[in-house]
Design a protein around this ligand. Structure first.
Ligand SMILES: NC(=O)c1ccc[n+]([C@@H]2O[C@H](COP(=O)([O-])OP(=O)(O)OC[C@H]3O[C@@H](n4cnc5c(N)ncnc54)[C@H](O)[C@@H]3O)[C@@H](O)[C@H]2O)c1
Length: 280
């Protein structure tokens, strides 16, 4: 039987690539997206599409009842840091409150696996580099706080309600596939803005600070290709979340870790000028 997956935010930049990879690997895919920042045309034809909000309880319950999905990949969220500072309640309402409606419905519908697109914004300004999953969480903006808060809710559910969950923490998604690319309005991410200059759509790219103690003097960021992020989402469906622990040589207890937090990185940070040179 084909495994069935619900992808929230599947009309967005990363979600649309996740949908393509799931379909390519033989999954039945249902997309739920309210098109607040996504595009209907970015959803593969072979996926079922439902236009709606993850916070709409009646819609979600009916959808889960009808579709009987085995897993949910939750990418729907607002994700602009400056906007989250200006409108923290908007971010809390969508990224935590609405997401909880989805999670409640998932537990009641007996969905077994939940993959959450979290963010490295949960770390804030880490005291030590490189970051690992154990690096203390200390978000420095409302966006990061909403991601940390939903991770916490998810792991509590995992323990209490038997839902196996994986939270993927990553920094800047970048790149495109042959079928999909990045199309935000406003576009705040570096690479599409550099390309917009190359295409003559913008006059220049702003560089904020050139005297950082980094090789090129600009802020170093961790970029990861969107296809690799999508691949990690699909692989998270297969991560084993149950571990047996041996005590005093005998199997005295079986401990189930129901949640995993996974940090995604290519391990190389890049400065802005380095990226400009590489793309020119
Ligand atoms: N882009 C990055 O660099 C990056 C980095 C780390 C984490 N993330 C996370 O990955 C996810 C996807 O990011 P993206 O860059 O593809 O963003 P995006 O804006 O392109 O995609 C988000 C999608 O979710 C939809 N959506 C938002 N709220 C919704 C709701 N309540 N109900 C239904 N649909 C809703 C939007 O219409 C959009 O299609 C987000 O959760 C984001 O926080 C992104």
């Amino acid at each position: 039987m084909t495994a069935r997956v619900l992808v929230t935010g599947g009309a967005g930049y990363i979600g649309s690539v996740v949908v393509d990879q799931l379909l390519d690997r033989g999954f039945h895919v249902v997309v739920l997206d309210d098109l607040s920042t996504g595009h209907r045309g970015a959803v593969a034809k072979d996926a079922s599409f439902v236009e709606g909000n993850v916070g709409d309880r009646a819609l979600i319950e009916a959808l889960l009842e009808r579709e009987r999905v085995d897993a949910i990949m939750h990418l729907a969220a607002f994700a602009l840091v400056p906007e989250s500072v200006a409108q923290p309640e908007k971010y809390r309402a969508n990224n935590v409150t609405a997401a909880r409606v989805l999670l409640d419905a998932a537990v009641r519908a007996n969905v077994r696996r939940f993959v959450f697109s979290s963010s490295c914004a949960v770390y804030g300004h880490p005291a030590t580099i490189p970051i690992s999953e154990d690096t203390p969480q200390a978000p420095v903006n409302p966006y990061g706080e909403t991601k940390r808060e939903f991770e916490r809710v998810l792991s509590e559910y995992g323990l209490r309600r038997g839902l196996a969950a994986v939270s993927l923490r990553y920094f800047n998604a970048a790149g495109a596939t042959e079928r999909r690319g990045e199309d935000h309005d406003p576009e705040t991410h570096l690479i599409p803005n550099v390309l917009a200059v190359a295409l003559g759509k913008h006059r220049a790219v702003d560089v904020f600070g050139t005297d950082y103690p980094t090789p090129d003097g600009t802020a170093v960021r961790d970029y990861i290709h969107v296809a690799d992020i999508a691949d990690a989402h699909v692989r998270a469906l297969d991560v084993s979340l149950v571990n047996a622990r041996l005590f005093a040589g005998a199997l005295a207890a079986v401990v189930a870790w129901r949640t995993r937090n996974v940090f995604l990185t290519i391990g190389v940070g890049m400065g802005l000028l380095w990226i400009l040179q590489a793309m020119w």
